[in-house]
Design a protein around this ligand. Structure first.
Ligand code: NAP
Length: 256
């Protein structure tokens, strides 16, 4: 039997785990797609292709040319363009789409969140008074903070940041998650962090900073997701794997 080809759009821990969950299935041939933003991505259980497809039309062409039977969108909840392209391309190429989307975090008692529409709004909410800000929003969206040089910033990222792209008074931390709450709490205390800016990514891997802020009574400017939740999405790697197996006509274990 010719294995059915599955394309996973990745760049997240979930995509990596989904590839792992399906890699041992001989009836499936898995390819994981990365945007190519990270210089040294983690090792993956499946073969990897890297770089954009050239919009929705380019992805639709890829799906047809590569004979992809199932497309899985396991990109980050803030990778809105890729998710939109995946929806369009799946329709155009007539390929079923499995959307894996972790639920957003919800504020609990003790949280001091202020919600922001986007990163620029989060920067505007910082105000004029000098503060020490913990920024964990990735490398790509630092521009609004360059316009607020009065604050001190602790900026954490996976890849090095060009200081010219960052605000002047910044300290850089190069680290890849997961991050636990106790270590985050120590980091905030050591660096005198007064406020945290975070994207509402959801999931456990980066929740430590939110729990740490709560424990220390620090405010969090929480950036909302760019898209409403997918109504037909699944929330876990296990559910996505089960849906892919089902679409491929493979037995799905109970409880998956
Ligand atoms: P985006 O704005 O939605 O995508 C911009 C363009 O990058 C897409 O149109 C596509 O180019 C290309 N692209 C994105 N994801 C791709 C993938 N998995 N494989 C191939 N091409 C991809 O995405 P982004 O926010 O820049 O995120 C880029 C990557 O980083 C994604 O894989 C995402 O999962 C990961 N990531 C993002 C964040 C975040 O906060 N945004 C956080 C953690 C990880 P074409 O139109 O040419 O196909």
């Amino acid at each position: 039997m010719v294995p059915r080809r599955v394309l996973i759009l990745g760049g997240t821990g979930e995509a990596r785990r989904l590839a792992e969950a399906l890699a041992g299935e001989p009836a499936l041939d898995i390819t994981l797609s990365l945007a190519g933003r990270t210089a040294h991505p983690r090792a993956q259980a499946a073969k990897v292709r890297t770089g954009g497809f050239g919009g929705a039309a380019g992805l639709a062409r890829y799906l047809r040319d590569e004979d992809i039977a199932i497309l899985a969108d396991a990109t980050h909840p803030f990778a809105a363009r890729m998710s939109q392209n995946a929806e369009r391309a799946a329709v155009e190429a007539g390929v079923p789409l499995v959307k894996l989307e972790r639920p957003p975090w919800q504020a609990v008692e003790g949280d001091r969140w202020v919600e922001a529409e986007n990163v620029a709004h989060a920067a505007a909410l910082l105000g004029e008074t000098l503060r020490t800000v913990f920024l964990a929003i990735g490398r790509q969206e630092l521009a609004p903070f360059r316009a607020l040089p009065q604050h001190a910033y602790i900026i954490r990222s996976v890849d090095p940041i060009d200081p010219a792209e960052a605000p002047p008074n910044a300290r850089f931390i190069l680290e890849r998650g997961p991050f636990d709450a106790a270590a985050e709490r120590a980091l905030f205390a050591e660096n005198g962090v007064e406020i945290v800016i975070a994207k509402n990514s959801g999931g456990a891997a980066t929740y430590g900073k939110i729990a740490a802020a709560r424990a220390l009574g620090l405010p969090v400017i929480m950036v909302r997701r760019p898209r409403p939740p997918a109504e037909d999405g699944v929330a876990t790697v296990e559910a996505a794997a089960a849906r892919i197996r089902h679409l491929a006509g493979l037995p799905v274990e109970r409880g998956e």
